[in-house]
Design a protein around this ligand. Structure first.
Ligand SMILES: [Zn+2]
Length: 494
């Protein structure tokens, strides 16, 4: 049976993948207490009786976390429910001292959205657990420490329908979701620090079958690459099991990046029964329609809308508009440069070209670029006015990036201004024409490539500072039939 896979026109099996994504919300304090929700800090310094789960401590909901969760849900096209309920998810783990996690179960905050064609089942709010840190590899030497700084950091869990049909599609969706949350400002997108985490439910079925196969849950997929690799492996594994006449077992599996495969963590029989019930310490979350309207009104223009506006308003090509809306910071930078007077297409060229190259080279972020949008506009204005040639502008840009000075200040201090004076350039042109008889003769004979050589000679004589447009004009004039010097050279040539 395996011989048919990938060989025939249609594949005998197709995967169905759904994702569960946990995203930290970027609130200052935790979801049920006033402790800092910031990442890092010495272990167990952002803690209090509430997030340590001490007996008698009572949670109080952070409304800023609800606002962020509503904002994310709206961006995903979900329906926000006016009333939702916090529930206790009961299980034991050393990093969960009160033996339950406060989450939402039967009545989540939001349901029924869509992102890029993938249906969003639900968005619910919950608290994060602490973190176990393991040390040592030998049993006698093994230690585990627990850091509760992360305990109580607000999370949203975003659950999709099993609408994804390949590992690549799943990775693309995760990337798009990340970009959306970062754009909204509700999540920092930092997967290494664990502020965005992804689990995947994956099953395979005969292509065209209306029912889904038995699914396995794959955990620990904290990069786009891991997600794609793990799913590729897991899909192939399940197809092999079925092709050999076996059946896929419902279980939780872990991605082992070192071994490049998924391994069984626990079967359905060992799965937790979380015994959810409404948390008696917390009232229902009530989100008024007026508050939803306020949040909706305060939401940033989302990437797709902004891209279309860049095309319509600034007459940018689709490609440029797409590049400039890769992040909100990039799009903001572009619009600030345009607001400071830069022609849009020239600003786009500089941002996607020199600035992007420099930021990549230096590992910098555009929001902290030493060349601000206003200063970039200043540089572009000098090129537009003919003060700087294109190649001089690139040099000046390098200096701006390194020295935190304006283009005008650099031009002034270093006497970099382009030679644009007609009589000065005409003198250089005349000299070059007189001393390059062969090239002039070639041009007269129709070999236009020699023209570029002469331009180069004039530029060399001007030490790179002459306005190339002006050189072109004056050289053409000098070689024209009405000019006596050309006539002389021409006669000599024949
Ligand atoms: Zn606390």
């Amino acid at each position: 049976m395996t011989s048919g896979f990938g060989v025939q026109g249609s594949r005998p099996y197709e995967p169905a993948i759904g994702l569960e994504i946990h995203a930290h919300l970027l609130t200052k304090s935790k979801i049920f207490c006033g402790c800092s929700a910031a990442f890092g800090g010495a272990p167990n310094t952002h803690v209090c009786p509430v997030c340590l789960g001490l007996p008698g401590a009572l949670p109080v909901l952070n409304r800023a976390a609800v606002d962020d969760a509503v904002r994310a849900s709206l961006a995903l096209g979900c329906t926000i429910h006016d009333t939702s309920i916090f529930a206790r998810k009961n299980y034991f783990y050393p990093d969960l001292p009160k033996c339950y996690q406060i989450s939402q179960y039967e009545q989540p905050l939001a349901t029924g959205g869509r992102l890029g064609g993938v249906r969003i089942t639900r968005v619910h709010m919950e608290e994060d657990a602490g973190k176990s840190l393991h040390e040592g590899f030998v049993d006698s030497d093994r230690k585990t420490y627990v850091d509760f700084n992360r305990s109580g950091v607000p999370l949203i869990e975003i659950v999709t329908e099993p609408d994804l049909r390949s590992a690549e599609e799943a990775a693309e969706f995760f990337s798009r979701l990340r970009a959306t949350l970062v754009w909204l400002g509700v999540n920092d997108g930092n997967m290494e620090e664990g502020s965005l985490r992804c689990d995947a439910n994956v099953s395979v079925r005969p292509t065209g079958s209306p029912t889904l196969g038995t699914k396995a849950e794959v955990k620990n997929l904290n990069s786009f690459r891991f997600l794609q690799k793990a799913l590729e492996h897991e899909i192939a594994r399940q197809i092999d099991v079925i092709a050999e006449g076996g059946r896929v077992v419902q279980e939780t599996r872990l991605w082992d990046p070192a071994a490049g495969r998924t391994v069984s963590m626990r079967s359905k029989e060992e799965a937790h029964d979380y015994r959810y019930f409404p948390d008696p310490d917390l009232p229902p979350i009530v989100v008024e329609a007026a508050r939803i309207a306020e949040i909706r009104a305060s939401m940033p223009e989302m990437p797709e809308a902004r891209r279309e506006r860049f095309v319509a308003q600034h007459a940018l090509p689709q490609y440029d508009a797409g590049q400039l809306t890769q992040s909100r910071a990039l799009a903001d930078y572009f619009e600030a440069a345009v607001a400071a007077g830069a022609p849009p297409k020239l600003a786009a060229n500089w941002i996607m070209g020199e600035l992007a190259r420099k930021l990549k080279e230096q590992g910098g972020e555009i929001a902290h670029s030493p060349v601000t949008p206003e200063r970039l506009a200043g540089l572009i204005a000098l090129v537009d006015a003919g003060t700087l040639s294109g190649s001089m502008a690139k040099e000046v840009f390098e200096k701006m990036y390194a020295s935190n000075r304006t283009a005008a200040a650099i031009v002034e201090a270093e006497g970099l201004s382009q030679i644009d004076d007609e009589s000065q350039i005409a003198a250089l042109v005349a000299n070059v024409v007189a001393t390059n008889a062969n090239a002039v003769a070639q041009i007269r004979a129709g070999k236009t490539s020699a023209f570029g050589f002469l331009v180069g000679q004039v530029m060399k004589a001007a030490k790179g500072k002459a306005n190339p447009k002006r050189i072109n004009e004056l050289l053409q004039k000098a070689l024209g039939s009405g000019d006596s010097s050309i006539g002389n050279v021409s006669r000599r040539g024949h």
